[in-house]
Structure formats: structure tokens, C-alpha cells
Design a protein around this ligand. Sequence first.
Ligand SMILES: O=c1ccn([C@@H]2O[C@H](COP(=O)(O)O)[C@@H](O)[C@H]2O)c(=O)[nH]1
Length: 270
Amino acid sequence: MTAPFGQRLADAVTARGPLCVGIDPHGALLERWGLPDDPEGLARFTGAVVDALAGTVAVLKPQLAFYERHGSRGLAVLEDGVARARAAGALVLLDAKRGDIGSTMDGYAGYLRPDHPMAADALTVSPYLGPGSLQPAVDAARRHGGGLFVLARTSNPDAGSLQHAVVDGRSVAQVVVDTVRAWNAADASGSFGVVIGATLPELDVDLTGLGGPVLAPGLGAQGGSVADLRRLFDRGTTVVPAVSRDVLAAGPDRAGLRAAAERWAAALAG
Ligand SMILES: O=c1ccn([C@@H]2O[C@H](COP(=O)(O)O)[C@@H](O)[C@H]2O)c(=O)[nH]1
């Protein structure tokens, strides 16, 4: 029986530190690495990142959009990359940002099934069809020891125009946080997290008693820093800081990728 994602994440963070490195094969990065912008280039890019980092970082976060961009051959590359990353000991958070009516959400929740061709440890999901629409994914996470990260206060500059909207006295973002808190309170697995950008000018949601992790993207290329993480989050909050381009730009050299990830890891530990 697989341990709950919350437990597996805590163990990985203890062993490897909290850093999450995103695998985002932008066309511009492929070009910078001297690779063709096709499935072959994608495979070499993904293989290089997995080989360099899956044995050392706690979480790898492939961005599904950049694989979908290459159709079924791109997805085949990602299936292979996810399996290899997990085999090397990294947790894989599939950044898919899925969300739909409950009956369809059950299909997306398949990414958490162990027999899925792209079985991942955790999935990012979007709550904007209503928190209840995510219930099939919550059920799948509980059944299979998976995790979910729900978009709450995202790192993009205009996110507040929607996420600050007030419903019955609470912001939309706070409703998301409170929903995730309730999921964690119900099973104490700590497997349900929220996404809160490292780029926020201030933390405008109350995370008290969340009981699960915060994925904090936006470091490096989007301007967020380790100082921002310290400013935004209490020491008691389990923060998984996520960096993609700022590490990936150091490739394709294996040592370069490792050194870039180690720089972030050291800054986070300092
Ligand atoms: O609020 C969010 C949620 C997700 N992301 C994703 O994280 C990476 C960030 O990449 P960088 O190169 O480090 O900027 C990317 O895949 C986004 O889709 C986010 O940035 N903000």
C-alpha cells in the first residue's frame, strides 16, 4: 500500500530538501540547448533533466502543456520521463491544472491511478468549476496515495482580478484555501496543497491550519526570490518552492543543471 502523498512529500523534503524543479521544455529553451523543437528534441531535453536531477531533488514538476504541444509523440516522451523520474526517487507533480464538472474530473483524476501510463504522485488542479467539482480527484488521491495542489493565489500579475473577488465575505482564493483545509482535516494525510505564487506583494489569504503543503512557483524568471518566500510564509508552513526556467537555462550540461539546482537548494537552506 502506497503511503499518503503528504507523508511521502515530508520524507522527500527531509531527505532532499524542499526544492521542486519544473520541467518546461519551452521552444526557446530547446533552441538554446541546441535541440530541435520536435519530439526528438523534447526527449533529449527531458532525459537530460531527469538524469541530472531526479536522484537529488525532492519534486520534479513537468509542465504538461509543453508535451501536449507535440501531440501524442510528446505525451509518449513525458510518459517515459515521468516513469524514469519516479524510478530515480523523485516525486512527480504533474502540472496539468485540470478542472471540469465532476463526472469529467473523474477522467483527469486517472493521472493518480498507479496503472495510468503517466501515473504521477500529484497533480495540479483548477477549482474554478466550484470546489465540489474536484471531489473525484480528492477521492482518487485518497484511494491511491496521491496528492493535489489547487490553484489559490497564482503567480501571474493579473490573478488577483479574479482571485480577490469576494463571495459571502471571503475572497475566492480564501474559499479555495478553506476547501483544501477541510480536505486535510478529514483524513489528516496532509496530501492536499494549494498553489500560492512567490511573486505576491503580500500574503492575502489565511493559511492557518491548512494541514498540507504550499507549492510556491514564480521563483527566478518571474521575479520571486528566497527572500520573498521568507516574507510571505511562516516557518510552520510546508512550502515547496518551484523553479523552472532559472534552472533549465543552465542545461544541457548535466553539471550545469545540478549546480543551478544546488544553488537554489543552498539558498533555501541558508
Ligand atoms: O501560479 C502558478 C502556477 C503554476 N505555474 C507554473 O510553474 C512554472 C513556472 O515556470 P518558471 O519558468 O519558473 O517561471 C510554469 O510551468 C507555470 O505554468 C506558475 O508559474 N504559477
